[in-house]
Design a protein around this ligand. Structure first.
Ligand SMILES: Nc1ncnc2c1ncn2[C@@H]1O[C@H](COP(=O)(O)OP(=O)(O)OP(=O)(O)O)[C@@H](O)[C@H]1O
Ligand SMILES: [Mg+2]
Length: 343
């Protein structure tokens, strides 16, 4: 019998949020992918001082000596040192858990990568994971993990369409017989929506708002179709002319207007993807429905909007933010499938 007792983790290293799970223990790490560090000075390496939620709270409030950085941009590593530091922090938390596996072995990890990632970008994830202290690393496409985590039987000869709306990327793909038949990865997601809200408020009201506030408004009022409620929210910011604090009242319809070009771009890409899909698979998808995942799937009206434009049923995965990491845990249970899926 082959002894294979190293401790296994599944990691969804996302642009906005990173989740990690261990088979049998569930999700044990769920934090914003953010690192705060002391700025580099001549001869001194930048030193991390806070991670995750604690670091995110510093955004927009940092003094000159501290920088708050996002290790990832558009789903891939943009700041290598920050990514290593963040993964080392994750590993620290994960390995503090009581475990029956010996600590001497480095944990092996399944890590999700966007389907649009280049070889160089994938190598960066592998290298960062290794430097952070992880052992063997299996990279698997996030769309496949999302499909597994959403409970789809991806190895069957049946087509599924999965649409993942994240913070930095929006990915959509058709899966059949355990692999991607075709896919698109757009470099736009929730963060571009936040920026669109910032730009909208600046142009319409001459008011400058921060990124955290923009995200809050999007989550509170965001919708892609009229909801019939037309809620409003008071939005504090800084007046661009006077430099003083000022508030405006913003409505659901205004937020919808601000993000609508981005939603349009997603829908256009989705309809093009469906047009390119072989007819047998289209019939499967029309029967089973399009599956929405990712934090952005929670935008009000996504299901009816996509159903209306594609004329297909649409459903949102349970806990849409967690499907990638849950898919990773499932994959640890099937080594053969893991070997065939690792890229
Ligand atoms: N209720 C909501 N309505 C709209 N957007 C939301 C909601 N909840 C979360 N989001 C957005 O979802 C995004 C985070 O989703 P998720 O955690 O799936 O992204 P990620 O995996 O970190 O990013 P990526 O997959 O692009 O690398 C953020 O932009 C966040 O603002
Ligand atoms: Mg994601």
């Amino acid at each position: 019998m082959k002894l294979n007792f190293s401790f296994s983790i599944a990691i969804d290293l996302g642009t906005a949020n990173t989740l990690a799970a261990v088979p049998g223990k569930g999700i044990i790490f769920d934090e914003p992918t953010v690192v705060a560090r002391l700025k580099k000075r001549p001869g001194v390496k930048p030193k991390p001082i806070a991670f995750g939620g604690k670091a995110k709270k510093m955004i927009g409030r940092e003094p000159q000596t501290i920088e708050v950085v996002a290790p990832l941009k558009n789903g891939v590593i943009a700041d290598f040192d920050a990514a290593v530091a963040f993964l080392a922090y994750l590993l620290d938390i994960v390995t503090q858990l009581p475990s029956r596996w010996p600590r001497l072995l480095k944990p092996q990890a399944i890590i999700g990568v966007p389907s649009g990632a280049t070889e160089v970008e994938k190598r960066a994830v592998r290298a960062a994971a290794e430097q952070a202290g992880l052992g063997r690393v299996y990279l698997v496409e996030e769309l496949i993990l999302a499909a597994l985590g959403a409970g789809l039987a991806i190895e069957k000869a049946v087509g599924h369409l999965i649409f993942d709306l994240g913070a930095g990327v929006t990915e959509m793909g058709v899966i059949s017989l355990g692999g991607l038949v075709l896919q698109r990865c757009l470099q736009l997601g929730g963060q571009r929506m936040d920026q669109a809200i910032i730009d909208f408020v600046r142009l319409k009201y001459g008011l400058l708002i921060g990124r955290i506030m923009a995200e809050k408004v999007k989550i509170n009022l965001g919708s892609v179709l009229p909801t019939g409620e037309e809620r409003k929210m008071r939005l504090p910011g800084r007046d661009l002319e006077t430099g003083l604090p000022r508030e405006v009242e913003i409505s659901e319809a205004e937020i919808r207007e601000a993000i609508s070009p981005l939603i349009q771009e997603m829908i256009t890409n989705l309809t093009e993807l469906i047009e390119e899909t072989p007819p047998e698979l289209t019939l499967d998808i029309a029967r089973r429905g399009i599956v929405l995942t990712g934090g952005g799937a929670q935008l009000r009206g996504m299901e009816p909007l996509i159903a209306e434009t594609t004329k297909m049923p649409v459903w949102t995965a349970k806990q849409p933010r967690e499907v990638v990491v849950r898919g990773g845990v499932k994959l640890w249970q099937n080594r053969d499938q893991l070997k065939s899926l690792a890229t």
